[in-house]
Design a protein around this ligand. Structure first.
Ligand code: NAP
Length: 257
């Protein structure tokens, strides 16, 4: 896979990124079927296959259960070979999510992510929105905290995994990267993608396979063709713990991206 610019960050990413929810969390998720969290050997194997196939981008979060600790222990190869995107703001504990977008929590959470991921920098940290994007950006301390962390060199870029068009547009104006939802059944955030392309900001697409509800190989192909036809997409993040699916997705990205 040919790497693409993540907006104007100077970071280059594979057009297909690997989502890691299923590495660490199987409660309160929206996938078609329940699943066991894979053991260390399986996670190590999926990561090695992903790397060998040309994926350099990993999407993770403190809210993905043990995913970050596991990446910290199991990620193969030199750290610089990977682009690690994490998040801040959602806390998943005792089977439920809560949110904290304060300045203090953002600093403490990113420092904890650095420890868990066993690294001294994160390539990008996204605000993990609860849906109230504009309120978070305008009234909470998290945005300033991310700016400070960037100045201190602990994170290379910042952004938001947003849920609204107004929020996504604000992210494109004020931050480096937007993570937006786009798939065959949901096109509302297209103006965000168009604005990001105009302003040369990074775009990560989430839920491009509708969290797995796309109906077989043809559905996966049609979904990926759709996402890669959208304006401004830097990378489509697809979560999988199945090696066959991973290989299929990379082959499609090679053909369609
Ligand atoms: P998704 O990527 O649309 O779908 C993932 C699901 O699709 C998994 O259940 C996976 O199952 C299945 N799948 C993957 N490849 C497949 C294939 N070739 N054939 C059939 N099924 C396939 O949805 P998502 O996990 O909700 O989102 C992707 C990533 O985006 C997440 O891992 C996460 O990193 C990120 N995300 C972020 C947010 C946020 O608010 N920031 C929200 C949602 C997601 P198998 O394991 O069986 O392959």
């Amino acid at each position: 896979m040919e790497l693409r610019a993540l907006g104007s960050t100077g970071i280059r990413v594979s057009p297909l990124g690997l989502g890691t929810v299923k590495f660490g969390r199987n409660q309160q998720v929206k996938y078609p079927s329940s699943f066991e969290i894979p053991d260390d050997q399986s996670v190590r194997h999926i990561l090695a296959v992903a790397r060998d196939l040309g994926i350099n981008l990993l999407d993770t979060a403190p809210a993905y259960g043990t995913a970050q600790q596991r990446l910290g222990r199991l990620l193969p190869g030199p750290r610089e070979d990977w682009v690690i995107v994490s998040k801040v703001g959602e806390i998943f504990e005792h089977g439920a999510s809560r949110f904290d977008f304060s300045h203090a929590h953002a600093l403490a959470s990113v420092e904890q992510s650095l420890r868990e991921l066993n690294t001294d920098y994160l390539d990008c940290v996204l605000i993990h929105s609860d849906g109230d994007d504009l309120r978070i950006l305008e009234q909470e301390g998290v945005l300033d905290a991310l700016r400070e962390l960037k100045e201190r060199g602990l994170i290379r870029a910042h952004g938001m995994s947003s849920k609204t068009v107004a929020g996504g547009l604000r992210v494109v104006r004020d931050m480096d990267v937007v993570m937006a939802t786009a798939n065959l059944e949901y096109d509302e955030e297209r103006p965000v993608l168009e604005a990001a392309r105009r302003m040369k900001k990074g775009v990560l697409v989430k839920k491009g396979l509708m969290s797995g509800h796309v109906g077989g190989a043809e559905g996966v192909r049609a979904s990926m063709a759709h996402v890669f036809s959208l304006p401004g997409v830097s990378s489509m993040i697809v979560g999988t713990i199945n090696e066959g699916h991973l290989r299929q997705n990379v082959a499609l990205a090679d053909e369609l991206a």
